[in-house]
Write a protein that binds this ligand. Structure first.
Ligand code: LR7
Ligand code: MN
Length: 541
């Protein structure tokens, strides 16, 4: 779910870094297969306190499903068998176009493909040889949908039924999030009545996927909750390795590799959101999702931060493969404005989990929250975080996500005018130039990620009219306080950054005048050394 969140640090940077994680996946995955059948030890990489001791009976294991355990295609000539691409027949282009909007994907072709088609075994070598415990917990599959396309919904259910060991599936809960389509009513009931394990839960009003999942979780009777979107195809052996992970460590949230997405992730800082297995009791211990999140978006961030910061782990299990239909737009409507919904959700997550780093979130573009969008009451969520004794977001960044460069402070210390060798110092409500003194508190500044020149709560700001400088109470949202600091060592006010002389624009730069001991913004001139500045310390290139 990247598309809606592009404006925000949280989603984009995290997701991007998530897919660039190192490839330890296979090595790790294969280690599982090496567990000796009678082993009393546990895999070395698992944290002892979270790991179930293997009793002798537990040591009995069975093989993960092999491909021959799945149903072979009823009709090998039917379109789409083994995931082969299907070509739109001549003359059907109009129909394809007409039906596209039913699901924002090629609904016409989906309907041509058998709902129980065979697909290729896309697992890495060795997965079918892996062993899992005989006494794995059972799972409830929770699949929420709103106006899902008939053939994709059925294919999702068939893929679970056909490619999971029956004894591990306690039930499949289809949560109908107040769909409007007729075929999802009687027809669906009738179709699913042939599968005793499938239960349909009808919501009386639109809950949105987040609260719909929670409604499903409330009704679930299995030990583990496995969430899936309603347009997926589970591959052979997808379930056992997920449940094995949760079984070995109940605080582990296990995600399948989502086909089409990069398949090399291992220690996954943020889950994609739609497909994962989690111990049911653990899910409730964590306070489920923030029930204040609306409809769609951000809940994957919320759960990911919560899991990692409160003592759990997220892992992508390379042997578990599930396909997912990616599309460019939601095919259903949002009860409220979609942008507002997602923004509000992300705002809630940022306010509860990001600590001082929420600045990075707000610093990314124009936020509706800046314009008064209310994120609602956060007391319960903040209390939950305290109660669970969760770690800081700083810890998360340093330990779970060391690759992500998110320095709140870009530079710090004294701010020296290179030519004059003098430093900026606080004097009452303004700033002046004086001899550098690294031990003077008055000369300490931070240049933050949001490009503020900060001295405690005070920010250096240009006075728009006369080019003088003054101190202004810092405000992350006030662009008038931001300074661009370029490799040329100049500081340029971001907002009031130029004046017009006749018909050309003159850029403005911070300038020092030592005889007057003053600071001002004046037209930039590369030849003027008194416009060159340097911080004592820099934290990025
Ligand atoms: O109001 C709604 N009610 C619902 O029941 C809106 C949606 N839904 C259902 C919907 O029918 C579908 O089955 O919820 C499921 C997810 O909705 P999608 O398929 O429209 O979402 P998506 O696949 O575009 O978005 C991803 O991000 C979402 C953010 O809230 C959820 O976390 C989705 O589960 C998630 N999907 C995946 O992680 C699959 C891989 C995609 C990626 C990355
Ligand atoms: Mn989806």
């Amino acid at each position: 779910g990247m598309k809606n969140n592009e404006a925000s640090f949280s989603s984009l940077a995290l997701q991007r870094a998530a897919v660039s994680q190192a490839n330890q996946a296979l090595t790790e995955g294969q280690e599982l297969g090496k567990i000796n059948l009678t082993a009393k030890t546990r895999p070395a990489q698992l944290n002892q306190s979270q790991t179930k001791a293997l009793s002798p009976e537990d040591g009995r294991m069975h093989r993960v499903l092999r491909i021959d355990a799945t149903l072979s295609p009823r009709d090998p000539k039917a379109p789409g068998q083994f995931g082969r691409p299907v070509v739109v027949p001549h003359g059907k282009e109009k129909e394809v176009e007409r039906r596209w909007k039913e699901g924002n994907f090629n609904v016409y072709l989906s309907d041509l493909i058998p709902v129980d088609r065979a697909i290729e075994d896309t697992r890495p070598a060795g997965c079918a040889e892996q062993l899992v415990h005989n006494n794995l917990p059972t799972t409830s599959i929770i699949m929420c949908f709103v106006d899902e396309v008939w053939s994709t919904l059925l294919r999702s259910v068939h893929s679970v039924l056909n490619r999971s060991p029956p004894h591990l599936i306690k039930e499949i809960l289809l949560v109908d999030d107040f769909s409007t389509k007729d075929y999802l009513k009687d027809n669906l009931d009738k179709y699913m009545s042939q599968f005793p394990k499938v239960r349909i839960l009808r919501l009386k009003e639109r809950h949105g996927l987040i609260r719909a999942r929670l409604a499903g979780a409330q009704k679930a009777t299995g030990d583990v909750l496995t969430f899936l979107d309603s347009h997926v195809e589970c591959n052979i052996g997808w379930l056992e390795p997920l449940l094995e992970r949760v079984y070995l460590s109940r605080k582990k949230v296990a995600c399948p590799v989502i086909e089409v997405i990069n398949d090399k992730d291992m220690r996954c800082p943020v889950m994609a959101g739609g497909l994962f297995s989690i111990d049911k009791n653990y899910f409730f211990e964590l306070g489920t999702y923030d029930p204040g999140l609306d409809v769609w978006g951000g809940e994957n961030m919320e759960l990911s931060f919560k899991v990692w910061m409160c003592g759990g782990e997220i892992e992508i299990v390379p042997c578990s493969r599930v396909g997912h239909i990616f599309r460019n737009d939601n095919p259903y409507s949002f009860p409220k404005d979609r942008m507002k919904t997602v923004e509000r959700n992300l705002g809630r997550v940022a306010e509860v989990w990001l600590d001082e780093y929420k600045e990075l979130f707000y610093g990314h573009g124009d936020h509706l929250i800046d314009q008064g969008l209310d994120v609602g009451n956060l007391t319960q969520q903040r209390e939950l975080r305290k109660k669970l004794k969760c770690k800081s977001f700083k810890w998360y960044l340093e330990n779970v996500f060391p690759d992500l460069k998110a320095p709140i402070v870009r530079a710090s210390g004294v701010l020296i005018n290179v030519a004059l060798g003098k430093c900026i110092s606080i004097r009452n409500t303004t700033a002046i130039l004086e001899d550098c003194d690294g031990s003077s508190k008055l000369q300490q500044f931070n240049y933050t990620w949001l490009r503020l020149i900060k001295h405690g709560a005070w920010c250096l700001a240009p006075v728009p009219d006369n080019g003088a400088l003054r101190l202004h109470l810092c405000d992350n949202r006030n662009k008038g306080l931001r300074w661009l600091h370029k490799s040329t060592s100049v500081f340029r006010p971001e907002l009031v950054n130029h004046i017009v002389f006749g018909n050309y624009h003159q850029l403005l730069c911070l300038e020092g005048d030592f005889t007057q001991k003053t600071l001002k913004v004046a037209p930039c001139d590369p030849a003027k050394p008194d416009q060159k500045w340097k911080f004592e310390n820099y934290y990025e290139d």
